[in-house]
Design a binder for this molecule. Sequence first.
Ligand SMILES: Nc1ncnc2c1ncn2[C@@H]1O[C@H](COP(=O)(O)OP(=O)(O)OP(=O)(O)O)[C@@H](O)[C@H]1O
Length: 908
Amino acid sequence: MKKTQLGSRDLLITGGGCPVEVFCRLRPPKDNHNDQQTDNSSSCIKVASSKELVLYSSENAKNGQIRESRYDFSHILTDNISQSAAFKELALPLLDDLIQGKNSVLFTYGITGSGKTYTMMGPLNNPGLIPRSFDVIFNSVGPYLGKKYLLRSDRQNSYEIQSEADILLERQRRELQMARSGNNQRFKNLESSTPRTLDTTSLWNPQLNENCSYFVFVTFVEIYNNYIYDLFDDDILNKAPQSKQLREDNRGRPYIKDVKEVEVRTSEEAIDLLNMGLKRRRIAHTQLNTESSRSHSVLSMRLVQFQTDIPPTSLTKDDLTVSTIHLVDLAGSERVNRAKTVGERVKEASNINASLMVLRQCFEILRENQAQSTSKMVPYRESKLTSFFKSYFDGEGRIRMILCVNPTVDGYEEIQHALKFGELTKDVLVPRSLPPPPPPPPILPKTTTRAAVLRDIDNQQQQNVQAVLFTEFKILQICLCLHSAQALISPFPPLEYSLLDGVGDDEAILNLQEHLRRRIEERHRLNMLVQEQQEFLRKFTFELVSDYDSTISNHDDLSKENEQQTKTVRHLQTRIKLLEKSQNDLYKTANQIERENKVLKTQIDERNIEIKSLKSERRKDKNDFENKMKVKLNEIEQHYINDIKNKENQMRELERQHDDKLNIIRSMAASNNITNEQFLIPVNSASSHTNPEILTEHVYQNQNQNQQQQYHRVEMIISHNNNNNNNNNNNNSPTLNLTSRRRPNTPHTPNTEPMNIENGSGHAVVAHPRQQHRRSRSLSEIWLEHRPLGTVQTETLLQPKFHKKVCTQQAPAKEEIVRTTKYVLTHQNLDAQGEIVTDFVKGDVLASSTGGVNVIFNDVERLTCTSPPNPLMLHKRCQSEERNMQETNTQSLSSRQGPAVAPKRFRM
Ligand SMILES: Nc1ncnc2c1ncn2[C@@H]1O[C@H](COP(=O)(O)OP(=O)(O)OP(=O)(O)O)[C@@H](O)[C@H]1O
């Protein structure tokens, strides 16, 4: 395939720009397994001439054809060319430019494993372009290096001139830094085992090398994943590396902010630094290269020079000539599937490929703009790499590219791609370097007071030296003048005495007179001159003396100041010592604290273990206690359950009794012809049968009220009046003698006469002798008293007294019941002894929801009379104090002698 020439060459011819020089370097093919060189038959590249090569494709499977393409370059370096020869061809001209104050950039571009790093760095015994460049630069300018630290980078592509004091301080600072970091030692240790091959070439530039002072500065950065990292930054050893920012100076030239720029004085020093940076550079093992660079590295060497006839004190930035060479080892483009990269390597590879793609695009667009006279925007800013070298595309300096090629067959497509790019780049023109624009107004450097003082002293000394020189010059001038004066006096012409005897003596005498006269005049003139000069010399001497005096006094002042400064320095040194001592003390204290911390930590650990064991014990105790509690609770629960069951049984029994009673009452209430028998309520109080003397009455509160029961105990004592007291009643009939247990302060109410009542069988029945009514509990209640015909009027104990009542002898009608709130039915019967038993059955009248009326029976009071064999005192006791109070207030029961009749009262 024959490629076409583009018209960019025309531009070169007309002087529109300088072409990018592209060199192709072929790597010797190697056996992949044992790194042995193989014969050239496996190579897909054939070198056609010193500028042209032919690329062959592998055999096409379909048609068996082999494709062929040709590529032109500035020069082709075959695989057998040595590193030294390659250096001379590729880098030496750029170093020559450097010394002449011109800038340049040299890229190595190629597929991974094609020999870029080998070309740039090379092994120690066969160094590449960068170590050789250092060698050559120091071989050339080494003898003319300026005073170290006289220049200091302003970190914006320029340099500041430092005073003596600043130099001293800088030196001290650097020495201290070196001592602290131990860099010296580390640099010496690097690669010290293998001897390095030196390049002895030196460049000769007769115009400059003897009349200039030179300074060499180096920076080394890598662009990794589109971030810039400083490889000289010692901080990256201790902490995570910080990326650096790209800025532009006031001339629009990019620079890396805060990058470390190191002044180097020897090639060894530079190479030690280089090795240190290389160790920090990111490399990784891939399928195609055991030490594949994962970043673009940029080593920049700056040469600063100025004419030595400019005195250092009047040296300014404008007097400096700064030139730079950038040696760029680009990371290799790689196909992920071929390099078999995974994980982080894939990300790196894509970043590398992306930045190389931007570089390609920049060159392509530049070429297009030049070929078609368009002005498409060049995408410099899309990657850090192109942003950094933007000014070079705009004409800052020369651009060279070394296209490294590994001519193995299986990489055919990638090689073709790279070769195409190289050829394309070769056609790009960059504008010629323009003279730098006038510098901006100088910014006075900020100096310390001490530095300013020292600079003043410098200036003064300089002035003194100038004055002395001037004096010497004047003296020399005077001497010359005197000398010339003496020279002017011509010697006497030889006196020929013989002439006096001759004829022409007069003439001779006249001549002699004339000669003498002239000599006298001349002497006179010279005397005048000498006097003048003497006068001048005298004045000058006076001036000198006065100058000397002033110099002496200045000197004294300076000496004093010097002494002062020396004192200050001593004082500072003492302070430094003290500070160092205190620092040591602090270190000791810190160590002590650290030790104590350790002890405390151990103690804390022990305590923690103790706490843990205590906690586990407590947990165990708690579990034991909980188990015991559970057992106990179960026991208590069982006990209460049994209790409750017993109570329930009791309750059921009581309920049953209550139901029996209610049934009886209901049947009584239902019947209009109430007979005495029907109202007989079985009294099943055992005590009333077994011990008739003591009747125990249980008073039940209404069971309907929440089914709760309260028991009030009332004792009634029945006694015979003939046995017990002096009562006048002599008959044998029993007498009711009710005694209530009074409260101590309750007034005693005397008994009244008993009332005799005849019952149906002819017995005299003794009713209660006195009507004692229990007061109705509520004045608002209206009672319906149903007292059937034939009922004996008892008017006796505990008979309720109703304030509002309606009496009826017949079964009441509904209308009558509706008007009342309470209902009481009086029922009488005779017991076995023929005594009247009176029951008061009481109930609440309640309106029903259907408009009817219900009577709920809830209380039965029974009055009975018994005849006990012995008279008993009747007592009534109230167990509940509250109840007692009520009873005491409502009733006044007194014991009395009377018939042996004892009313018995029940309440349900
Ligand atoms: N001209 C050469 N002569 C001898 N050996 C070479 C040459 N060029 C490269 N090599 C060898 O090839 C191998 C790969 O070279 P190198 O590391 O320089 O490749 P690279 O292009 O920098 O790769 P990457 O882009 O992955 O960093 C190295 O072992 C190197 O020694």
